[in-house]
Design a protein around this ligand. Structure first.
Ligand code: NAD
Length: 482
């Protein structure tokens, strides 16, 4: 029986087919034990009328192999096309985006001669769930969703990744000085999980100063774990400052499968000319070989590639007179890597993935349900679309409407208190958050009380666009102040 690991391969659009051919030729020459199932994705599939850019039948292959090596695709212009990466993320449960950002000084131009950072980005939550609403003439709202299992899963992965890859430190970037509940949860989860890995150093930075330090002294970072939005932005910054956007690969790791790719797009203007640099996809394939536990082959390919870069055999995008020795096309670059299989770089640091001291791979994350807290309903925030006067006038009219034991305590606009006793100069939009608390702590207080209040407000002609119940969990307020 074949010992080969089945993988699903998509050649993509633009430069995709050329860089995929080069990549597959190299890894097969290195002895990768793989059986390739080819699927079609991208522009042609979109234009055939499939809005996801992938045929339904291709999912059978992906569900079977659980390993996807994907070349970049072109998303056609105009609306109505779903992002293939989003579909793959949801279908394969891809929760972790892993992007090594490395500089190859002095062979590739970089501002940072010493940089070897891995960004681990949470991939399923945060502002990227796409839960957005238009609420009034002036206000739209997007929901930032951070969960206990989502945070635990990505932070656990970051520490496991560090332990398995000989990394010394995991840093967390977040902004819990402002987003005390969402980023606060991420930070607390980081601290809790970090304590389970005494062999790995840990530190946290507020994302703004952390990002500044990363751009200035990347040599001080090792693995960095972040929520989705910060990770999206800073993984591109990190790849760019390493000097190697065209050289970076990435892995998307999930519960139902994993996807490996270059971080760049399909570069349509370079297509079909034997010009493109296949390195990003090749390094994506190195991540894949590690994932399918062919670590010796992964190291062989990676070291031959490093030697090729070090020997100055460069495609046009990184070619520099005086530094590079030879300008080559895609095919010739692949040939040069194949010629060097078995060699190691001399000046650049060689990789060694077959570490005898490494643990046996990433421990799967097991979620233990959070303990159930004592949850008490204490009030409600009612969001009103209102444009008939000042915040004070709104407050004074709401004072006359009380029901269900609820009375108005505070009004805020864009998170700033505007009633009672607020400065007259505060600018207000047409969305007011009106906070009601249960006045009588001894009486039974339920959603029924809130419904009674909403009926009264409705009868009085107020336009209620949203409500949010206010709870205390084990006596701790589960809502932000204003
Ligand atoms: P791009 O990454 O394709 O190109 C940006 C620049 O980098 C161009 O100048 C290009 O020539 C150069 N470049 C990129 N990869 C290169 C390589 N391997 N070798 C040499 N030069 C390279 O970004 P873009 O132009 O904004 O997007 C082009 C298309 O790619 C769009 O349709 C976009 O939607 C798609 N895209 C796809 C993915 C993906 O499939 N994962 C990612 C990003 C963009």
């Amino acid at each position: 029986m074949s010992q080969n690991v089945p993988i699903t391969v998509a050649h993509g659009d633009g430069i995709g087919p050329e860089i995929m051919d080069a990549t597959l030729r190299i890894i097969q020459a290195a002895g990768a034990k793989i059986d390739i199932e080819t699927i079609e994705i991208g522009e042609k599939v979109y234009l055939k009328g499939n809005p996801s850019g992938i045929e339904d039948s291709s999912w059978d292959s992906l569900r079977r192999t659980k390993v996807f090596l994907k070349a970049p695709i072109t998303t056609p212009q105009g609306g109505g096309f779903k992002s293939l990466n989003v579909t793959a993320r949801v279908t394969l449960g891809l929760y972790a985006n892993v992007r090594p950002c490395v500089s190859y000084h002095p062979f590739v131009d970089t501002k940072h001669p010493v940089m070897d950072v891995v960004i681990i980005r949470e991939n399923e939550e945060d502002l990227y769930t796409g839960i957005e609403y238009r609420q009034t003439d002036e206000v739209v709202q997007g929901l930032k969703l951070i969960t206990v299992p989502g945070s635990e899963k990505i932070i656990h992965y970051a520490f496991e990744y560090a332990r398995n890859n000989g990394r010394k430190k995991v840093t967390c970037f977040m902004k819990d000085n402002i987003m005390k509940m969402t980023d606060g949860l991420f930070h607390k989860t980081f601290d809790r999980i970090a304590a389970e890995y005494p062999d790995i150093e840990n530190e946290s930075w507020i994302v703004d100063i952390g990002a500044a330090k990363l751009a200035d002294t990347p040599e001080n970072f090792d693995v960095i774990v972040m929520e989705n939005l910060y990770g999206d932005i800073l993984s591109d910054v990190a790849a760019q400052i390493a000097g190697s956007v065209g050289l970076a690969g990435s892995a998307n790791i999930g519960e139902l499968g994993a996807m490996f790719e270059a971080i760049h797009g399909s570069a349509p203007r370079r297509a079909g000319q034997n010009l493109a640099n296949p390195s990003g996809l090749l390094l994506g394939a190195v991540l894949m070989l590690n994932h399918i536990n062919q670590k010796d082959i992964a190291a062989k390919v990676h070291n031959a590639w490093l030697k090729t870069i070090e020997d100055g055999v460069h495609t046009y995008d990184i070619f520099k007179e005086g530094v590079s020795a030879k300008k080559v096309g895609t095919k010739e670059f692949a040939d040069a890597v194949i010629e060097r299989l078995g060699e190691k770089p001399v000046k650049l640091k060689a990789v060694d993935y077959v570490r005898t001291d490494a643990p046996k791979g990433i421990e799967p994350y097991k979620y233990i349900k959070a303990p159930v807290a004592k949850k008490e309903l204490v009030g409600v925030d009612v969001f009103l679309h209102w444009h008939k006067g000042s915040a004070n006038e709104l407050g004074n009219s709401l004072k006359t409407i009380a029901a269900g034991g609820l009375s108005i305590a505070m009004i805020a606009n864009r998170g700033v208190k505007v009633y009672p006793n607020a400065s007259k100069d505060i600018f207000c939009t047409d969305l007011f958050r009106c906070r009601y608390f249960n006045a009588n702590k001894d009486a039974v207080f339920t959603n029924g009380n809130i419904i009674a209040l909403l009926s009264k407000l409705d009868e009085a002609g107020f336009d209620v666009v949203q409500t949010q119940n206010l709870y205390e969990f084990d006596g701790v307020p589960g809502y932000s102040g204003a």
